[in-house]
Ligand binder design. Sequence first.
Ligand code: CKP
Ligand code: MG
Length: 312
Amino acid sequence: MDVLSIGETMIAFSPNEVGPMRYARDFSTHIAGAETNTLIGLEKLGVRTGWISQLGNDELGHRILSFVRGEGINVDSVKLTDEARTGIFLKEKARYDQTHVHYYRNDSAASIMSKDNIDKSYISQFKYLYITGITPALSENCKEAVLYLINVAKELGLKVIFDPNLRLKLWSEEEARETLLNIISLSDIVLPGISEGEFLFNEKSEDKIAQHIVDLGPSTVIVKLGEKGAYYQTRNESGYAKASKEIEVVDPVGAGDGFAAGYIAGFINGLSLHDAVEQACNAGALVTTVKGDVEGLPSENELEQFKNQDKT
Ligand code: CKP
Ligand code: MG
């Protein structure tokens, strides 16, 4: 198998109407969590993946487990527990195209994971470890588990890919900055958004942010610039890439995870850095054209069509 990740996946409840959620009557439910969003995106692009997690042994936990398994992800390291419930979140669509996320995930089944959830022989089956900054923010024991997993993975020769995914609703600025910088220094490839780079290094420009990250050790940095595309930098190369076409955003949540899937799949399949970053921008853009965090993740054919549309 290629890519392993660890994280929390929840049921997202989205009101069917725009406006303050106190008036919402009807909700749709979706499955969402940054790490499985990316793993599902990778599976759609032919990359084999596995997920370490913990779900409540409850109706929502069973729904998530079947869904993730159904998308092709290996779930041998996913536990169901009676000790805690599956986390949920509400995705409120406010006026003026604003999306607000409200978490109900304190003490959830995933947030009580620990080093005991990590099995060395399982990790040794993979080549890459994909981490986001959400998992260490869930609890002190999750932070320990993530750092332990990264160290074991590195010992076993896996490359570490990191998306800082800053979530200040989950931890303090100080703790976030310290932990994210530490994980960056242990990673090979880092995929920050421009505002995350600004938060971490107090710099506004993408090239300075990328240089700070390269100075901490990683060999490749890709800074996401939203609709402007992305800036990439390695020790010998730098440049910009953007989506092949402008799109109309229906639901912005999950774009970064689609971006990660597009890039990692491109990198594993031997695309040049520029082409892998362009594929990342296209995958991220396509995610936002559909309601839900995973429903818009593209297949290889969909990526191909999207890329070539602007040339005709
Ligand atoms: O940075 P993104 O919009 O790509 O991340 C979205 C995901 O895991 C979403 O699915 C949600 O469940 C979360 O990030 C989160 O915990 O905030
Ligand atoms: Mg993100």
